[in-house]
Design a protein around this ligand. Sequence first.
Ligand SMILES: C[S@@+](CC[C@H](N)C(=O)[O-])C[C@H]1O[C@@H](n2cnc3c(N)ncnc32)[C@H](O)[C@@H]1O
Length: 471
Amino acid sequence: MKKWTILENINVEKLVFWWQWFARNLDWRVIFITWWVVPWSIVNLRVLKSKKDYLETQVFEVIKKSPIEKIHPNNPYWINGWCKRVNIPYNEQLKIKEWQVKEAFFHIEKIVWKKVEISTIIWSPLIDWYRNKVEFSFWKYISAREWIEEHFNVWFHKQWEFSKIEDIDWFILIPEEINKIFRDIKSFAKSTSLPVYDQKIHEWFFRHIVIRNSHFTDEIMIILSFNQNYNNWDYDIENIKNFFTKNLIKKYPKIKSIYFSRNDSLADIAIWELELIYGEKVIVEEILWLKFNISPRSFFQTNSYWAEKLYSLVRDIAWEDTKDNIVLDLYAWTWTIWMILSKNAKKVYSVELVESASKDWKENAEKNGIKNMEFVNAKVEDFLDDYLEKWLSADLLIIDPPRNGMHPDALPNILKFWAKKMIYVSCNPSTLARDLQFILKNNEYKIEKVIPVDMFPHTHHIETIVSLIKK
Ligand SMILES: C[S@@+](CC[C@H](N)C(=O)[O-])C[C@H]1O[C@@H](n2cnc3c(N)ncnc32)[C@H](O)[C@@H]1O
């Protein structure tokens, strides 16, 4: 079949991988559809690649909407890159995710044969408004060809068309109060008549608005990013400061910290040279009775509310085996898991590649009176080699790798500890299944629990916790 051939009236059957869907045409030929489409829609597809056994395609047009598609009452306009599934009712979103984990495991013989049970997905009671961080971009869009002149927009980039910004006043995933603050900053920025930065020529003024908040302690941090080299001033920067440090904090007393990001970076990034113009340097989040400082540069789970659930599930599975034992927390990121487990363990080694990801770890450990941890800034694969060479032991492994799963050099080494338990937290069922296949190969471990957790409603993200015990 030729490239660009259009296949008509195809029924989208199911999700197979990360964002790849499955269908068949009349000859029962397998069709993969890449990128987002609602299951059970009838679509026309465009062929991208034709292989012997299957076709790779993309959606050309939707002929009939899926019966499960329903416009979300709080988001009546359009989906954006961050929440593609917003127009699918939450119970259907959960079915898709649960099914996605089952599909990934379906090919692992040891799991199919042993009839390992996959728990019902743990759903999030907070479906909208759960994100604790948002970054909006100021942008202009001027196109003579399209007869468009938009000099002031601020929101997110349009998917597939980075040069355009959707001009919308709220975002369904952030709390209502943060949306109100965003609208106030937006109308203030507009009222100044200061020009919006132009990323092509690197000139003019407003660049980004970043808002972070802590769910459990209800504190808010704002960062306004602007081009500090803008020199066509007919406006006093003190007026901008006054708006934030007087008007805004009066209206929203939960705002605890405000920064200017004086930003002459050529890249489209928000956080650059920071100047604290109001309040505290950090806001504080509290998860499972531990306090975490969040600075403008800190990494943190974007749904703190349900992160607490995820971490408490890990804690409960790990707790007995942590007692006075040595724990390896591989792929540590924001140090959260090891802080939680260090309360019980003899010693926790926390390994993370990006040093800045855990840069506040020391401060946070001190804040919470934790002394039995060691932060290792290394690649997990190198760390395991060194650790094993020194004949050091580990009783429990917590593994929480990025989407592409564990490095092939690290996988064989995790088996050499003879650890009593391993807990693998995954954000990608496909690579999880691949790594489990390896771990289960020699019959040394068996699966105890598989728990899918929905941390990010309206998105394609799904977390899965798997605990494995030594036979
Ligand atoms: C899913 S996150 C971990 C989340 C973390 N456990 C938590 O609860 O907040 C994966 C982390 O692995 C880190 N990473 C990626 N490749 C790595 C490697 N080869 N060695 C060590 N860390 C790595 C990434 O920087 C990222 O912080």
